[in-house]
Design a protein around this ligand. Structure first.
Ligand code: SF4
Length: 126
């Protein structure tokens, strides 16, 4: 029962993100790598999708070309979705870049000259 509820909450999270946070979905998918191998695992989260057709080597969506739901198109949005299929998805996500502490050598040096106003220097420039 707990596994079913977790799977259902994942479905609801994806639906919510696709409906109300599409830009977040687009941004998250930028770090997605790989291609779908048509295993159909995402079509069996919580329950088997009625449009899923399973073959020995792969699966097909019966409404793939006439408009499958947006959360299905977006799967996987992030690592949590891959976890929802127990890691059995051919997509992966690259690690988001972590903030790096700058060393003193990385600090920008835009002008090594001390900023001292000099009336003589201004007169020389003009
Ligand atoms: S679980 Fe991943 S690889 Fe399998 S059908 Fe869904 S998106 Fe494609």
């Amino acid at each position: 029962m707990r596994a079913f509820l977790l799977a259902l909450s994942g479905k609801m999270r994806r639906a919510f993100l696709c409906l109300f946070r599409p830009s977040e979905v687009r941004e998250a998918k930028k770090s997605r790598e790989g291609e779908c191998d048509m295993c159909g695992n995402c079509c069996r989260i919580a329950f088997d999708c009625p449009f899923l057709k399973v073959f020995e080597t792969h699966s097909l969506c019966r409404i793939y070309h006439i408009g499958r739901p947006v959360p299905c198109q977006a799967f996987p949005i992030d690592q949590r979705d891959i976890d929802d299929v127990g890691g059995a998805c051919s997509f992966s996500f690259s690690e988001p870049s972590k903030p790096r502490r700058l060393s003193s050598n990385d600090l920008p040096v835009w002008n090594r000259q001390p900023a001292v106003y000099s009336r003589e220097a201004e007169l020389e420039d003009s």
